[in-house]
Design a protein around this ligand. Structure first.
Ligand SMILES: [Zn+2]
Length: 420
């Protein structure tokens, strides 16, 4: 039998097709998906009936703060999660203390650890936020840009210059944002709801769009991240996006106050978000409120899930494991039926990729798509979420980059032909 492909994955299940397939890969591209590929690969994997999917995508991670929980303790958590999120601004103030000690020297070890976790769990696209303010200065941005380069063969990292403490209320933040983008930050961040007045919120958004337009960057803003139904920066962001013509280039993160809005207003807002091509990133596991995922999807707004935090002042857990995030979301939203589980899976794969503007991400495993794939130890999406384990193999550009050896065979009680 002649060797023809770089890699052949045998007996794989696919999310959108019934039955078992062989997947043949050469030059980093899926060349053939067929019931039986007769030619051999230089390397071969027996998926044993396990699912093969595109890699996971994490569109929201405060990457400069990972593993800082011990430095701050639990006080910020008390304010962020307690009392219906009415005091989340106090949490941000407390958490910002750690930034007085910000130094690339210690941050970098934490960032590397989080990215290695991402590799282990097959999360190969990440939008990482780095704080930019008078305390953090540019230490977070520099660290993320350095690790982006270090990991570039494996992980595509988008670096967001994020003015965590505001732009108007934080002296020097605007200048630091300019500098961050000049250093190479990919995305202009924002957090308009933290400003002291309506006027300052608008000003905050305008400054961010001015930088984005001058340097041709996308925009990512944390909006209305508190239990206050009067917050309206999600709408302001949508209106500014339309005004500046930045359609399909903006993400809105959190928008937790949406949970407290009346339905009529939320639908109106959703229509504006759709018009502006804004994707909404939610993280139901990191706060007691979350945006109206059901309603947004009904109005055709793209919604994705993010990890948000890893062991920091706002959240004491997190592993860059998007199946874990999906598992938690499934409970918090009570989305447990097969069709809802499928949507949750979409929100950590192609919907997250769409939010990040990834052009070459393949929505499904098919001929011609980039071979950035995961070979899982389970045959159905439900079992993927149930176990939220690392995949058996992580494949990048057609090459095996991670093999998680502790999973040796496909574990399934339901040896069914169906995927759900
Ligand atoms: Zn966040």
């Amino acid at each position: 039998m002649c060797v023809m492909y770089d890699l052949v994955i045998r007996r794989a299940r696919l999310v959108d097709r019934e039955g078992v397939y062989d997947i043949a890969i050469s030059n980093g591209v899926v060349e053939l998906v067929s019931r039986r590929v007769s030619e051999r690969g230089v390397e071969e994997i027996d998926a044993g009936g396990g699912l093969v999917t595109p890699v996971f995508v994490n569109p929201h991670l405060h990457l400069c703060k990972v593993y800082t929980f011990e430095m701050i303790g639990g006080d910020a958590l008390k304010y962020y999660h307690g009392g219906g999120m009415g005091s989340s601004i106090r949490a941000i103030e407390l958490a910002s203390k750690v930034k007085e000690k910000y130094d690339e020297k210690w941050i970098i070890a934490n960032v590397r650890r989080a990215l290695k976790e991402a590799l282990r769990f097959g999360t190969l696209y990440i939008r990482g936020f780095a704080d930019v303010d008078s305390k953090a200065r540019l230490e977070g941005v520099k660290t993320l840009l350095k690790t982006k380069e270090e990991f570039k063969e494996y992980i595509s990292l988008q670096v967001v210059a994020f003015p965590q403490d505001g732009i108007v209320r934080e002296p020097g933040a605007e200048e630091l944002l300019y500098k961050a983008v000049e250093l190479g930050a990919d995305i202009v961040g924002g957090i308009p709801w933290i400003e002291d007045s309506d006027e300052d919120e608008w000003k905050h958004i305008e400054v961010a769009f001015n930088i984005a337009k001058e340097y041709n960057r996308d925009v990512a803003m944390l909006v209305d991240d508190a239990g206050d139904p009067t917050l309206r920066t999600t709408e302001k962001l949508a209106r500014a996006t339309l005004k500046h013509g930045w359609i399909n280039r903006v993400t809105a993160h959190h928008a937790r106050a949406m949970a407290l809005y009346p339905d009529t207003y939320t639908r109106k807002l959703a229509r504006q978000l759709r018009k502006a091509g804004i994707s909404v990133i939610v993280d139901p596991h990191t706060g007691p409120l979350h945006a109206r995922v059901d309603l947004l999807l009904e109005e055709n707004v793209n919604v994705a899930l993010g990890q948000d935090d890893i062991v920091d002042a706002y959240y004491p857990y997190g592993r860059n494991n998007m199946l874990e995030v999906a598992f938690l979301a499934s409970h918090i939203m009570w989305w447990t039926t097969p069709d809802k589980i499928k949507i949750i899976y979409d929100m950590v794969t192609w919907r997250a990729a769409k939010a990040m503007g990834l052009k070459d991400y393949c929505r499904r495993v098919m001929e011609g798509c980039k071979a950035d794939l995961l070979v899982h130890g389970y045959p159905t999406l439900r079992e993927l979420l149930l176990n939220h384990e690392a995949p058996r193999y992580v494949i990048k550009n057609g090459k095996i980059i991670v093999e998680n050896k502790y999973i040796t065979e496909v574990k399934s009680s339901a040896n069914t032909e169906r995927n759900l």
